[in-house]
Write a protein that binds this ligand. Structure first.
Ligand code: HEM
Length: 147
């Protein structure tokens, strides 16, 4: 059971309520696919991932980036029970998609970088702390069904 301070709760709610999913989702996923090219192996049906420009212009990558953020939305709305919220999604990623759970952290880090760039000076150390704590719980919960 994870505890959240009022500041952490307010920060997470605020970041997601202001976030432009159509911008941030595609940017975070495409960054992950460029920076950590081995993550491309799970998206073999997404067509051309030949270089950074192709990845950034790929409509399936963009659509899936938005899907991932909508997935995160569920954790934002259920901050006190993220583990249960992600039980099914964890099974999907482990048993069906066979995604190596180390990759969750890589995508989370790319998302942090994109959010930091969009927020600029408002992304203070305290805000970063709250955001990364939230993502660490997400990453751990998504990894729960792996064995
Ligand atoms: C599918 C969320 C990380 C690979 C999905 C779906 C969601 C989701 C909501 C759609 C599930 C459905 O259709 O019912 C997330 C979240 C992540 C995460 C919240 C972490 C922050 C990753 C990572 C990879 C990955 C790191 C691989 C490197 C996939 C693949 C699919 C998928 C291959 C199926 C895509 C398709 O063919 O449509 N994910 N995911 N996910 N995810 Fe993730």
């Amino acid at each position: 059971m994870v505890g959240w301070t009022d500041f952490e709760r307010a920060t997470i709610q605020s970041i997601f309520s202001k976030m432009n999913y159509d911008d941030v989702g595609p940017a975070a996923l495409s960054r992950c696919l460029v920076v950590y090219p081995w993550t491309q192996r799970y998206f073999g049906n997404f067509g051309n991932l030949y270089n950074a420009a192709a990845i950034q212009g790929n409509p399936m990558v963009a659509a899936h980036g938005k899907t991932v953020l909508h997935g995160l939305d569920r954790a934002v709305k259920n901050m006190d029970d993220i583990k249960a919220t992600y039980a099914e999604l964890s099974v999907l990623h482990s048993e069906k998609l066979r995604v190596d759970p180390d990759n969750f952290r890589l995508l989370a880090d790319c998302l942090t970088i994109v959010v930091a760039a969009r927020m600029g000076a408002a992304f203070t150390a305290d805000v970063q702390g709250a955001f990364q704590k939230f993502l660490a719980v997400v990453v751990s919960s998504l990894g729960k069904q792996y064995h």
